[in-house]
Design a protein around this ligand. Structure first.
Ligand code: DGT
Ligand code: CA
Ligand code: ZN
Length: 597
């Protein structure tokens, strides 16, 4: 039996609450549905079993009436109370509740008095200045609502995507599960996850095995599967209880594995470009493999004919590199497959010889301990870095202005130096470098006097506050900071938080030009919420000859390791090689290269 899709139950309960709020029901009644939804979402027991045994109401927060509704939904797939409520409103009415500053009472008034039933309706009503005339609204509200609509739209379009950092661990777990399925010979992640794109819509897995049905049966039995969305001859799609993530698995005969893997790795843009090159040479590339066009190929293109089978010769592709070799191209690593110039470079054999890897790094840069807002002691961080085989760790706590993050006063900073000296004496095989992550203040000055900064090995400068500055002010702030000769590294440069906060407005080319002139290194930050700098800017930096540091921004022992793949991926997607990365150097050379005075 397929386990019950808990996320569908949770969604139905939340919708019940929203519709009841729109109707103006009292808060206790509507809250009860939200409480029940939270309870089900956090449930570790099997919901289907609880329903079957009639034990739902034994859960705290789930009363008789809501318990019955959950049972109805789980056993019949319908919730009649919800369906009745939906009939009373236009289909997109709940969009209104996504708008900031628009509660259920106001939404109710907009619907009843102006017939507003969607974001689009609301926008039109605001533009026609109808909203300000309603009782309890006004000009200010109308303006706020327009801004809220824009924000809600952005969230809608982002809402379907997820951060790579959240998806990669679970996708990797599913991959291992598939690899253990009966008869599986080869298996790999595909799609945007394999390309290590910062945000992804779903996870794709490609596998080869003689009997696809057996692999699908195993796949669909993974304990985290909430629902099987579709199960066919060559593809199975499931949705997981975690993240509501969809995972598509394709299983093919092993002779088709490499070309299928290549196809389902994408990107679509990379493929479209590659396909036109193939065509010029008389080949077709598709999810069914690579074929040489036969003499009769043109005639075979009528509708209904399986042209890939009939008059065309299928070429053996054992590995992805065979496919590129056929087109006289260098192998293109998945992270570069975006049609951002990698195809032209591969044709000219001008791709980077070898992209940087985690193993290339000698030191871990940008770490916080309990001295500021980290969760582990400095000694624990040092031992963990050593256990990871690293030669050095840069200690870069927050600076004094970041009081909320435990930023260090000058006295505290100097006290930390004593501990660092002591640890460096007692711990063998790992060197702690004295550093700081200094705020770049509003005017771009650093957060400590020059005399203090001059005593540090590593000075990272980051923007943490006053993100609301306009492009001019923000750009000047960064340019000014580069004039301080004690600044070494520009930390998490654009300040973006994936799916949460846009990059700060910056004139990036002007900034990178100055960084190149001044010898500032650029951080590629591996915190999975950041992955900052974005690949296009990493490339622009490298084209100017700038050096990178690949950093973890670790706030705990665990993050020293878990953040690293995302920093490396971001650098690779910007075409970085070992030679571009300063923390690939031994400690002494690393510090020497950072110094500007
Ligand atoms: P996502 O899921 O939006 O984060 O990005 P992808 O790249 O994983 O896209 P997805 O999952 O829709 O498809 C996986 C790969 O399959 C995609 O990268 C290339 C291939 N693919 C899908 N649809 C098409 C298509 O219409 N044409 C071509 N040439 N390839 C496609
Ligand atoms: Ca995908
Ligand atoms: Zn920071």
């Amino acid at each position: 039996m397929t386990p019950v899709d808990k996320s569908a139950v949770v969604k139905a309960l939340r919708e019940m609450s929203s519709y009841l709020q729109l109707r103006g029901e009292n808060m206790f009644k509507t809250r009860a549905y939200d409480v029940a939804a939270d309870r089900i979402a956090g449930l570790s027991d099997d919901l289907g079993q609880l329903v079957a045994e009639g034990k739902l109401t034994s859960l705290p927060g789930i009363g008789e009436s809501i318990g019955q509704k959950i049972s109805e939904y789980v056993t019949t797939g319908h919730l009649s109370a919800l369906e009745d409520l939906k009939k009373e409103y236009p289909p997109r009415i709940l969009e209104l509740l996504e708008v900031q500053d628009l509660g259920p009472k106001k939404a109710k008034a907009l619907f009843e008095q102006l017939g507003v039933g969607s974001l689009d309706d609301l926008e039109k009503a605001c533009q026609k200045q109808q909203v300000r005339a309603l009782k309890g609204f006004g000009l200010k509200t109308e303006e706020k609502l327009l801004a809220g609509i824009a924000l809600a739209r952005r969230q809608q379009s982002a809402g379907s995507r997820k951060r790579l950092g959240d998806v990669l661990p679970i996708a990797t777990e599913l991959l291992a599960w598939v690899q253990a399925a009966p008869g599986v010979k080869r298996a790999s992640l595909g799609g945007s996850v394999r390309r290590m794109k910062e945000t992804v819509a779903d996870a794709d897995i490609i596998a080869s095995a003689p009997d696809a049905a057996k692999v699908f049966a195993h796949f669909e039995r993974h304990p985290k599967v909430a629902a099987v969305i579709a199960s066919g001859e060559s593809k199975s799609s499931i949705r997981l209880t975690e993240l509501d993530l969809q995972v598509d698995l394709r299983v093919l005969p092993d002779e088709d594995f490499a070309s299928a893997l290549h196809h389902f790795t994408g990107s679509k843009a990379h493929h479209i470009h590659l396909r036109s090159l193939a065509q010029e040479r008389g080949y077709t590339i598709s999810e069914w493999g690579v074929h040489r066009l036969g003499a009769a190929a043109g005639a075979k293109q009528e509708k209904g004919t399986a042209r890939h089978e009939a008059a065309e010769e299928k070429l053996p592709i054992k590995e992805e590199k065979d496919l590129y070799a056929l087109l006289d191209m260098e192998y293109v690593p998945p992270e570069l497959r975006e049609d951002w110039g990698e195809i032209e470079a591969a044709q000219k054999h001008q791709l980077p010889r070898r992209l940087v890897t985690a193993e290339d790094l000698a030191g871990n840069v940008h770490a916080h301990s309990t001295w500021s807002d980290g969760r582990d002691s400095l000694e624990a961080m040092a031992r963990a870095a050593k256990a990871l085989g690293l030669e050095y760790l840069t200690v870069t706590e927050h600076s004094q202005t970041s009081g909320y993050a435990g930023g260090l006063s000058v006295e505290r900073l100097k006290a930390q130096w004593e501990e660092i000296d002591r640890l460096n004496e007692t711990l063998k095989g790992i060197t702690l470098l004295k550093g700081v992550e200094s705020d770049l203040l509003e005017d771009g000055s650093l957060d400590y006097p020059d005399s203090v900064l001059a005593q540090l090995d590593v000075v990272i400068g980051s923007i943490h506050q006053r993100y609301s500055q306009d492009e001019d002010a923000m750009t000047r702030r960064v340019l000014n900071a580069f004039d301080n000769p004690h600044l070494h590294i520009w930390g998490h440069p654009t300040g973006r938080l994936l799916l949460k906060r846009e990059p700060a407005p910056l004139r990036m080319e002007e900034i990178l030009d100055k960084a190149a002139k001044k010898g500032i290194a650029i951080e590629v930050n591996g915190c999975p919420e950041r992955m900052d700098l974005a690949p296009e800017y990493v490339r622009q930096a490298l084209q100017r000859g700038l050096k990178l540091v690949i950093s973890t921004d670790a706030h705990s022992v665990g993050e020293l390791a878990t953040h690293l793949p995302f920093a490396v991926a971001a650098a690779r997607r910007g075409w970085a090689t070992k030679a571009d990365v300063l923390n690939a150097l031994p400690a002494r050379d690393f510090v020497k290269r950072l110094q500007r005075v």
